[in-house]
Design a binder for this molecule. Structure first.
Ligand SMILES: CC(=O)/C=C/C=C(C)/C=C/C1=C(C)CCCC1(C)C
Ligand SMILES: CC(/C=C/C=O)=C\C=C\C=O
Ligand SMILES: [Fe+2]
Length: 557
């Protein structure tokens, strides 16, 4: 690994004002029990004894690392250093049964040299860990060493095609070369900044929408170990960013951009080979709908065909459109296809009202009194068929919140009913009154034992208006159609992640973990009781971290 210095990246930003904040924050770190050992020209790792009698690894801060808190919310500010690890002081009590590591991935570095990225999804991946051990909490973060990130650091510019950023071409021939590389996938990013999953065989993989961006990491050191090379010959360049992962299997969708459709594939633990379960042909439109995620039931895979479709032309553009690599085709309609997991056969394909979603929450089979499956219910974080949410996630918009204007488009829990009796149409309704969660709705989790089964509770980010971005944590009771909300002024919480208590019989018996980025530049790990949704513990981080997307739980062996 090359030098961990971020100095090259940040030099241009250094000013007496940022210097002042930087020193103040270090003073605060020392007061909070963190020890700093500055060394010029890189992040040297220093072992020190913590007040909690546990060695704490604290990389010294680079003199030229920049603190931009004076201008932006820390949630939308590049991570201030390459890596850090240390024990946190816990307020409240961490349940002793909570033994394992919560990992969270997300785009955490949004600039290279003096070039600032446009979109939340462009950032180079920052992996965060919260390691729970006997009531104590060790935290850490580290940049994922993707080829895209390493090349950007080395060449001091964007070198691969990110979500909205593309390399700046020196001349026309360079552009032509890059387009050629687009078809082979060579110019696509492997910046695995969307999520992290633990496979049944124990490997921990960070993911994005490009297949090449499947990177295996070490959940303790957060080191990037290498690429997960799929050994099959299924080809294609992209996949769903959210595979369904259990101890028994890894299921995902591979969109086919040439003959619009999707392959539904399955990979067994201990292998790198995805096998085809079946194929869904698109019912309409010039290209498949974007499949950021998809739901499953116990016996079926639901393949969404959203009218927000991949767009080859937009893929080739140097400057992004408001829909980036996608295009809205309301005339092409929206469909949900249901495939039997065992046979690969399509058992239903229904037209549904137009919808826009990033995240499906869960799905399950509805049975009649004789135990026959009559319908499938699939829930998602639905943006009222309004695509503007995608452009609202531009950093400029997120950073421009002044506490007054309300720019977050309304969202809801969209509940689809897919009849299995051959009817051509499915239904889409709100599962509960969206005002219950402030008409903001995204970044969801459920009790994993309820995956594919009838369930009652979901956890997500909601809104307390006005806002530009979801700013609450919400527990949804889908039976009583009620929500319990957690909010702290100015805070940006990340996806509430539910961890069940071992041996629990109640669906909401467990804790909810979230990382909070505060308005004053600080940040903390938060633990809520999964049932009461009351705070049970929090632990301050030495400095606030950028917003992150999705997480997973790695239980202690
Ligand atoms: C962070 C997140 O949720 C989404 C990230 C999406 C990415 C990085 C999408 C990348 C793509 C390309 C670089 C080209 C092909 C299309 C597409 C999958 C959108
Ligand atoms: C953060 C987000 C949407 C928020 C809208 O309310 C979407 C993230 C998508 C990728 O994981
Ligand atoms: Fe996602």
């Amino acid at each position: 690994m090359d030098s961990l210095s971020l100095s090259g990246i940040c030099r241009h930003q250094f000013s007496p004002i940022t210097m002042l904040n930087f020193n103040q924050s270090n003073h605060r770190m020392e007061k909070a029990g963190f020890v700093r050992k500055p060394e010029k020209g890189g992040l040297t790792i220093t072992q020190v004894a913590s007040p909690l009698r546990r060695p704490v690894i604290v990389p010294s801060l680079d003199n030229e690392t920049v603190d931009r808190r004076d201008r932006n919310h820390v949630a939308w500010t590049s991570v201030r250093q390459e890596r850090w690890e240390g024990e946190l002081v816990v307020q409240g009590e961490i349940p002793l049964w909570l033994e394992g590591t919560y990992l969270r991935n997300g785009p955490g570095l949004w600039h290279i040299e003096d070039y600032n990225f446009r979109h939340l999804f462009d950032g180079y991946a920052t992996l965060v860990k919260l390691q729970f051990e006997n009531g104590r909490l060790i935290a850490g973060h580290r940049q994922i060493e993707s080829e895209a990130y390493k090349a950007a650091r080395k060449n001091k510019k964007v070198c691969f095609r990110e979500f909205s950023e593309v390399p700046k071409y020196e001349n026309f021939m360079a552009y032509v070369g890059d387009i050629a590389n687009l078809f082979s996938g060579a110019s696509l990013t492997d910046n695995a900044n969307t999520g992290v999953v633990k496979l049944g065989d124990g490997r921990v993989v960070c993911l994005t929408e490009t297949q090449k961006g499947s990177l295996v990491i070490d959940p303790n050191s957060l080191e990037t170990l290498g690429r997960l090379e799929y050994s099959d010959s299924l080809g294609g360049l992209i996949h769903s960013a959210h595979p369904i992962v259990t101890d028994a299997e890894f299921l995902t969708l591979l969109p086919d951009l040439v003959n619009p459709g999707y392959l539904v594939v399955r990979m067994e633990p201990g292998t790198n080979e995805r096998k085809v379960i079946g194929r869904v042909n698109c019912r309409n439109g010039p290209a498949p709908g974007w499949v950021h995620s998809f739901p499953v039931t116990e016996h079926y895979v639901v393949v969404p065909e959203m009218p927000l479709r991949y767009c080859a032309q937009n893929l080739l553009r140097a400057e992004p459109t408001p829909l980036y690599k996608f295009e809205w085709h309301p005339e092409s309609k929206a469909f949900l296809h249901v495939m039997c997991k065992a046979s690969g056969k399509i058992v239903a394909s229904v037209e549904v009202p137009l919808f826009v979603t990033f995240h499906f929450i869960n799905a399950y089979e509805e049975e009649d009194e004789d135990g026959r499956v009559t319908a499938i219910i699939a829930d998602c974080c639905e943006h009222n068929a309004d695509t503007t949410i995608l452009d609202q996630l531009r950093l400029q918009n997120l950073r421009s919140f002044n506490g007054k204007d309300d720019l977050l488009p309304d969202a809801r829990v969209g509940r689809f009913t897919i009849p299995l009796d051959g009817s051509p149409y499915g239904k889409l309704e709100s599962a509960l009154e969206p005002d219950e969660h402030g008409r903001g709705m995204d970044m969801c989790s459920i009790n994993p034992t309820k995956l594919g089964k009838k369930y009652r509770y979901a956890y997500a980010c909601g809104a307390q208006r006005p806002c530009h971005f979801p700013n609450t944590l919400t527990k949804l009771d889908l039976l009583k159609k009620k929500a319990k909300n957690w909010h702290e002024a100015g805070a940006v919480p990340s996806e509430p992640f539910f961890v069940a208590r071992p041996g629990a019989t109640e669906e909401d018996d467990g804790v909810v973990i979230s990382l909070i980025s505060e308005k004053n530049g600080n940040g903390y790990a938060l633990l809520l009781d999964g049932s009461t949704f009351e705070e049970i513990a929090r632990a301050k981080l030495p400095y606030g971290l950028p917003y992150g997307l999705h997480g997973c739980w790695v239980p202690k062996e």
